[in-house]
Write a protein that binds this ligand. Structure first.
Ligand SMILES: NC(=O)c1ccc[n+]([C@@H]2O[C@H](COP(=O)([O-])OP(=O)(O)OC[C@H]3O[C@@H](n4cnc5c(N)ncnc54)[C@H](O)[C@@H]3O)[C@@H](O)[C@H]2O)c1
Length: 371
């Protein structure tokens, strides 16, 4: 199979779908790899590093899309990219389709077989291709929130760790999954007073054990959310209902009860966001203010630390990427976790939450692949 990797074109996205290390693995499996010139520049890997790993360098993205049987990317395809996808091609990347009807329509019309990293599952009920980016975004959320909390940046001017004799800042984390755990680790590390809310009691038990009493855990009801948001200096939105649009847990009305200059970091913005007042921002202009509350809603947070992120992502995507390259659509048929990753095949939606969110009919994977 010919595996292609174009340069990412989303604003301030510096990660790359294939690192030179991954290219070596595909080549060792007997595949041709075509990488767009400059694709690895953001992680310090130049064309020669890719050549040394066995790749051929393409002059344009157009060449990569035209000549590849499988396209490996990081972010969801942008309009100029989805227009180049075609029916006999596999697209292997993050998609986040539920809140994105336009991209979904584009992918349906292209006929491409689209596998979304974020819906591939594992035996423990986790999302192994989302997890490394969630680890990065969770850790970054506190750095970003702490920066926005500084007075010159519009925040209320609180140092998260406090100092001897002055109370620390308060961090509220809504959703104690992978993002939430890593946000809490960083916040605890900085000395903040941290509360994690979740709907899963087993998960709250686990978090309580992990932090050994160093964080507060709280079952997520409207009342608890209100209290924790009203007292928080930073509120991190980290909920996920896999494949579905994020629930709007913090309403505009609730902002009036919060401290002026508090910071909302909506990590779940890539699924539409869990604050009513969130809209996606970019690293170029990451924050905005609504009713005196600073919002940080960057949809591709790990793009800020591409060296760490690209390697962490490749570690997670390589296994299934090689399966797809080695076995094509049979790899999807034979592996239930990869079947869960399939979102669209030949114009049909195969992922239930995506179909439900956007009003499409859902077709079973086996039926779609057999058609
Ligand atoms: N912005 C970015 O750059 C970026 C990067 C990585 C991940 N993300 C997003 O961050 C979000 C969280 O990802 P994750 O990997 O931590 O998911 P996860 O599945 O590990 O955790 C989600 C948690 O939310 C909890 N939850 C669900 N509904 C809830 C509710 N009503 N109240 C409180 N908790 C609730 C779940 O029980 C679960 O523990 C996702 O939307 C993901 O796409 C964004």
């Amino acid at each position: 199979m010919r595996v292609g990797c174009p340069k990412e074109i989303k604003n301030h996205e510096y990660r790359v779908g294939l690192t030179p290390g991954s290219v070596r693995e595909y080549v060792a499996h007997g595949h041709d790899v075509l990488v767009e010139t400059g694709a690895g520049a953001g992680i310090g890997a130049d064309d020669n590093a890719y050549r040394a790993a066995g790749a051929t360098i393409a002059k344009t993205a157009g060449e990569v899309f035209a000549k590849s049987d499988m396209v490996v990317k990081v972010k969801e395809p942008q309009p100029s990219e989805w227009m180049q996808l075609r029916e006999d091609q596999i697209l292997y990347t993050y998609l986040h389709l539920a809140p994105d009807p336009e991209q979904t329509k584009g992918l349906i019309e292209s006929g491409v077989t689209a596998i979304a990293y974020e819906t591939v599952t594992d035996d423990r009920g986790g999302l192994p291709l989302l997890a490394p980016m969630s680890e990065v975004a969770g850790r970054l959320s506190i750095q970003a929130g702490a920066t926005a909390l500084q007075k010159a940046n519009g925040g209320r001017g609180v140092l998260l760790g406090g100092v001897p004799g002055v109370l620390p800042g308060k961090v509220t984390v809504i959703g104690g999954g992978v993002v939430g755990l890593h946000a809490a680790k960083m916040a605890v590390g900085l000395g903040a007073d941290v509360t994690i809310l979740d709907r899963s009691i087993p998960r709250l038990r686990q978090l309580d054990d992990i932090f050994n009493g160093r964080v507060h855990t709280r079952y997520s009801t409207v009342e608890a959310l209100e209290e924790e948001c009203f007292s928080g200096d930073i509120v991190v939105g980290a909920v996920l209902i896999p494949g579905a649009a994020a629930p709007k847990l913090v309403t505009r009305e609730m902002l009036s009860g919060m401290k002026k200059g508090a910071v909302l970091v909506d990590v779940a913005i890539d699924q539409g966001g869990c604050f009513e007042t969130s809209h996606a921002t970019t690293h170029a202009e990451p924050t905005y203010e609504v009713d005196g509350i600073i919002h940080y809603c960057v949809a591709n947070m790990p793009g800020a630390v591409p060296v760490t992120s690209a390697h962490a992502l490749n570690n997670a995507t390589l296994h299934y990427g090689l399966q797809l390259a080695d076995r094509g659509l049979n790899a999807i048929l034979d592996d239930r976790h990869l079947r869960n990753g399939l979102n669209i095949h030949k114009g049909r939606i195969t992922n239930a939450p995506v179909a439900e969110a956007l009003g499409y009919e859902m077709v079973e994977v086996q039926k779609a692949l057999a058609a």
